[in-house]
Write a protein that binds this ligand. Structure first.
Ligand code: DGJ
Length: 730
């Protein structure tokens, strides 16, 4: 029973093998937060709530000046009463009043995990994989019910939380803020870890000490964005990659979000995460309800590495869905950096022919195959084949590719419309826009208004027609701009500030429809590279192109930062040409392969111009990846050297049964007369024997982990890497 209600002290104890999470109903029905962290057996209130009179803390009960919500750790704090800190939610009544006061009403505990209507969420396959607690709170004055949902996924050491608002009054209520979770930490002695960046440098690890006041990461861009990932972790002082307390929170959402930490004057830390309240409002009519996205909480006492492995196991098996959740991914070649818009069927066929020779399994045709698109200024929305480039159509091209024994994949950017397109000329109001304002373009394009059913239907129908027109087994789903003038012609004035969230709900509806209609297709999400690498997208598409920056050395940081939350199996990673198109660097082909192996592997270049020697190496790389790709799909990641902290990077991926491992090391710049480097392997079986790269000699798992594996001294030159394949001896 991972959820226990203790009648004596009115506490709820949620636990997994490693974690406890405790709440308590106190006094007049306030729901207090009591603990989140390492598993404890019983909660008997050793860490008592102290109530003291503080001159500037307001008192809900005038006869008791020692009690104030301003210093009560709470589960879901409201606004306007005696708590003057950041609220988790805020409402507005028709009369303009914005005050709320929540009290416990009832609860129920059930096995399994209910789905979240219209939203991505982790799921269970058997009822006994999870237990769910629904806590119903009600406003003291209004018939506004707030249902806090906690699902304990014990085997994954995770807790999933979300909130539902039910308006049972007979008046409209406007939601101004509706966080998915709030956690009041008892102290603020933590570092805040965020994964931030920009285009071509996504998910940079940034740590900062919490200080009094608000500190936040957010997106107001209409997408989760490359600027900030919807993830934060609080790391206890001294916690690092392999030890110490780490509290991770990740929002299963792809739109505007806010993660906020408020440290109050008494050094408590209030953490909340959810839809960004900035420019958000949601009208809740009588009888209606509003469901927030889900947040996934993972506590680890084994540092960041422990936290990451828990996220990875959960996301690999109970967030990603469909055929490719459990199937190895085909090795692909994508023509984008090889040809950009300048291709014809013959050129593409030649790449496929070469791909076949080298063992590649899937050819992907990127941007430029539709409308009259020869550059990025036109045709998005016109999902009809460009007959000038491909006179015989996609069917012919797919057949040519298939004849070589390769599968055929295709790029789309379905959420967009070019100003220069048939679609825009026919339906100028189908884009996100605000009446009376100019329409700001980005890359010459506007965003289709997916909050409108007729727009969604038109796009689903156009994309489906193409997918049915040829044997297409892979789709790259791109999205290349952020939201401006966020308004919808389909919504009344009082709902305009719902546009950004309704757009995301519409996107999810489209993805649900298309991925269900084409279950055999492998979908890869992309947003100018890794601009929407979030669990919401992974629910529909099991891999995401990690970055438009395909330089292997930049990728050390991008893939390392991404792996803090997201499994290696979800990280699209390709070998590209040199000098690299984004940064101009010339990294050896060997290193480019070694880095891309830790992901969903492929090539992003013109294979036909490779020398014999390069082709031979590619052949070996493809062969090698096929041997280790099962490991990339299911293995556990151990990070050893952090590229954000030095000149080297190292990590390893170990099979769940520890029978096999892939070890990767890279030194960025050559060093004169360097020291010796030893990698202390992890995750192996101490008592088992292992062979390295198939050699005769065996080494104990304990020796490899504790004595370590020596990196060869002769790595000469910049950007050099080394890999090892380790297998348990029979
Ligand atoms: C942005 C993507 O990240 C690239 O890989 C490529 O597909 C281009 N869009 C095409 O326009």
């Amino acid at each position: 029973m991972p959820i226990v209600f203790n009648e004596d002290n009115q506490s709820f104890h949620l636990f997994t093998p490693d974690t406890s999470y405790i709440m308590q109903i106190i006094r007049e029905g306030y729901l207090a937060h009591r603990y989140w962290g390492r598993r404890i057996h019983h909660f008997r209130d050793s860490n008592q709530l102290l109530h003291v009179h503080r001159p500037l803390s307001p008192n809900p009960d005038p006869s008791d000046r020692s009690f104030s919500l301003d210093e009560l750790p709470q589960e879901y704090p409201g606004f306007g009463g005696s708590d003057l800190r950041t609220p988790a939610f805020q409402i507005e009544q028709g009369n303009g009043a914005a005050v709320s006061d929540l009290r416990y009403i009832s609860h129920r505990i059930m096995s399994g995990k209910p789905a979240l209507a219209g939203l991505p969420a982790v799921y269970v396959e058997e009822g006994d994989e999870a237990e769910t607690l629904e806590l119903t709170l009600k406003d003291e004055v209004l018939d506004l019910y707030i249902i806090l949902t906690y699902t304990v996924l014990a085997s994954w050491n995770a807790i999933a939380r979300s909130v539902r608002f039910e308006n049972r009054t007979n008046e409209s209520i406007r939601l101004l803020r509706a966080a998915s979770l709030n956690v009041d930490f008892g102290d603020a002695d933590y570092q805040l870890l965020q994964l931030s960046g920009a285009w071509a440098k996504e998910r940079t690890m940034i740590k900062r000490q919490l200080v009094q006041g608000n500190q936040s990461v957010d997106s107001r861009r209409g997408a989760s964005s490359p600027h900030h990932n919807p993830f934060i972790a609080l790391m206890r002082k001294g916690a690092d990659e392999s030890a110490g307390d780490v509290y991770g929170i990740n929002l299963v959402y792809s739109g505007n979000f806010l993660a906020n930490v408020e440290v109050d004057p008494y050094d408590t830390a209030r953490v909340s995460m959810g839809i960004n309240p900035f420019n958000f409002a949601w009208l809740l009519e009588p009888g209606e309800s509003f469901q927030t996205p889900e947040a996934i909480m993972i506590y680890s006492s084994a540092g960041l590495g422990g936290m990451s492995r828990k996220y990875h196991r959960l996301y690999r098996s109970r967030l990603c869905r469909g055929k490719y959740r459990d199937e190895v991914r085909p090795v692909l070649v994508n023509n984008w950096e090889g040809t950009y818009f300048d291709f014809n069927a013959e050129k593409l066929e030649q790449i496929a022919v070469k791909g076949k020779e080298l063992g590649i399994e899937l050819f992907v045709l990127d941007d430029g195959w539709f409308g009259k698109r020869n550059d990025d200024t036109s045709s998005l929305g016109d999902w009809f084949v460009n007959r000038e480039k491909l006179p015989e159509g996609l069917e012919d091209l797919a057949a040519r590719v298939n004849r070589q024994g390769l599968q055929f994949g295709l790029w789309f950017e379905p959420e967009m419309v070019s100003v220069d397109s048939e679609l825009y000329r026919a339906h100028p109001d189908w884009c996100i826009h605000t009446e009376g304002r100019s329409r700001t373009t980005s890359r010459g394009q506007l965003i289709l208004d997916f909050s409108r059913p007729e727009v969604r239907e038109a796009i689903v129908s156009r994309v489906s027609r193409i997918l049915r027109s040829a044997p297409i087994t892979y789709v790259k789903w791109d999205m290349n701009r952020h939201m401006t003038e966020a308004g919808s012609a389909g919504l009344p004035p009082e709902r305009q500030r719902e546009t950004a969230h309704r757009y995301i709900l519409g996107l999810y509806a489209v993805l649900e429809e298309l991925t269900s209609a084409f279950p055999e297709v492998l979908f890869e999400s992309c947003s100018s590279g890794g601009g929407r690498f979030d669990p919401g997208m992974l629910y529909y598409m099991p891999q995401t192109w990690a970055s438009d920056n395909s330089d292997a050395i930049s990728r050390l940081k991008i893939q390392y930062g991404t792996s803090i939350v997201y499994p290696v199996s979800t990280i699209g990673a390709h070998v590209s040409d040199v000098p690299n198109h984004q940064v101009g660097r010339v990294a050896p082909l060997e290193t480019r392969g070694h880095v891309a192996f830790s992901g969903a592997f492929g090539y992003e270049l013109d294979l036909t111009v490779f020398t014999e020697a390069e082709q031979q190496l590619v052949k070996e790389q493809v062969q090698f990846y096929k041997e280790i790709r099962e490991l990339m799909l299911r293995g556990d990641l151990y990070r050893m050297l952090n590229p954000f902290e030095g000149n080297e990077a190292a990590w390893m991926i170990v099979a769940e049964d520890a029978a096999e491992a892939y070890v990767f090391y890279c030194r960025v710049l050559a060093e004169p007369n360097p020291g010796f480097r030893t990698l202390y392997l992890q995750g192996l079986i101490a008592g088992a024997d292992y062979r390295i790269n198939g050699e005769e000699r065996v080494y104990g798992g304990d020796e490899l982990m504790y004595t370590g594996l020596r990196v060869p001294f002769h790595l000469h030159g910049d950007f050099r890497s080394q890999i090892w394949r380790i297998r348990k001896a029979d």
